[in-house]
Write a protein that binds this ligand. Structure first.
Ligand code: FAD
Length: 292
């Protein structure tokens, strides 16, 4: 690891001013579970690291004005322990349950996850099906970006050199069911080979998002359009799953072959559709499937 300047601002204003001084030569630090590894490997060599964990303005998790607000400094463990998340955003709760292991979840954050922007990110699909809105702030002011417009490529986002993510909001829905399904190579700490989130509301509007199977998370627009207004049955689910595959562009890598990813996405979308409809109808809560 090279030498770098460590900044620990107490306010958002000071964090933004530090970033505008260094621009692309500074990195923000939340849990550090992505950043410190990249620095250790020499992949990222910032002149300055701006630690955001001491900024109380970034530590909020609340329901207000018809939305759930999550601040940048909220960890995966805090999401898991939140009754608000479990009740109103169960797919995100399930994703939190499946991230890494307890040690990582205790320090790592959802916002660090989306800012790191790798294709396998756990936070992507659950936020896509809820049209989450990301809050950006920099020297030139604040702006809001819907999550589908946040990612621009592998490890790339719309963030400007002087900007940070301060948090995000997820609209609260009245009647809905949703689920997050992760495919990993083994039980326990592993990045996703593929991730699928499926959402349905009381009018049979469906939303389907997939991650780790394209350079950014994707929404399966054709499948959603095909299912719109229809009451789900196994035949419709099978057709929708085929259409969902048109949205992905998986690769073969160390974690999976392209063919296996395609095969499993077909199954995961079908299961996800059945699960979210059943949850909406029965009111069954999110389920924990993790071992560590
Ligand atoms: C052993 C292990 C297992 C893992 N397992 C999983 C897994 O199962 N699923 C998964 O999705 N991920 C996994 N990860 C990756 C990582 O833990 C997650 O991506 C985590 O959510 C990152 O959050 P963080 O707070 O640690 O981010 P950090 O490492 O602090 O930051 C990540 C990146 O975002 C930038 N950044 C941070 N905050 C901001 C901000 N507010 N504004 C703009 N940019 C910012 C940083 O500069 C850095 O480039 C794993 C990592 C490890 C080490």
């Amino acid at each position: 690891m090279e030498n770098f300047r460590y900044l620990k601002p107490a306010t958002l204003e000071d964090a933004i001013s530090g970033k505008s001084e260094y621009g692309s030569r500074a990195n923000f630090l939340l849990g550090g579970t992505d950043l410190l590894i990249a620095m250790d490997k020499g992949v990222v060599l910032p002149d300055a690291v701006i630690d955001l964990k001491g900024i109380s303005e970034l530590k909020y998790l609340e329901e207000r004005d018809g939305a759930i607000y999550i601040g940048a400094a909220v960890t995966w463990t805090e999401l898991l322990e939140s009754e608000l998340i479990k009740k109103y955003v169960p797919a995100l709760w399930e994703a939190a349950d499946l991230v890494a292991s307890v040690g990582v979840r205790n320090t790592a954050t959802l916002i660090g996850n989306i800012c790191n922007a790798v294709p396998s990110l756990e936070g992507g699909a659950p936020l896509y099906v809820r049209n989450a809105v990301v809050f950006l702030e920099g020297k030139s002011g604040k702006r809001e970006v819907v999550i589908q417009d946040f990612f621009t490529g592998v490890k790339r986002t719309v963030l400007g050199d002087d900007e940070m993510v301060t948090g995000l909001k997820i609209p609260v829905e009245a009647k809905f069911g949703e689920v997050y399904i992760k495919m990993g190579r083994y039980e326990g700490e592993d990045l996703a080979q593929a991730g699928v989130s499926v959402y349905v509301d009381g009018d049979n509007n469906y939303r389907i998002a997939l991650s780790a199977v394209a350079i950014t998370p994707v929404r399966a627009a054709k499948a959603e359009e095909f299912l719109k207004g229809k009451k789900l049955n196994p035949e419709l689910a099978a057709e929708a799953a085929e259409l969902a595959l048109e949205a992905i562009a998986p690769i073969s890598d160390i974690r999976s072959s392209k063919e296996y990813r395609i095969h499993m996405c077909r199954i995961m979308v079908k299961r996800g559709l059945a699960a979210c409809v059943s949850r909406m109808e029965t009111g069954l809560p999110a389920l924990s499937t993790r071992l560590i």
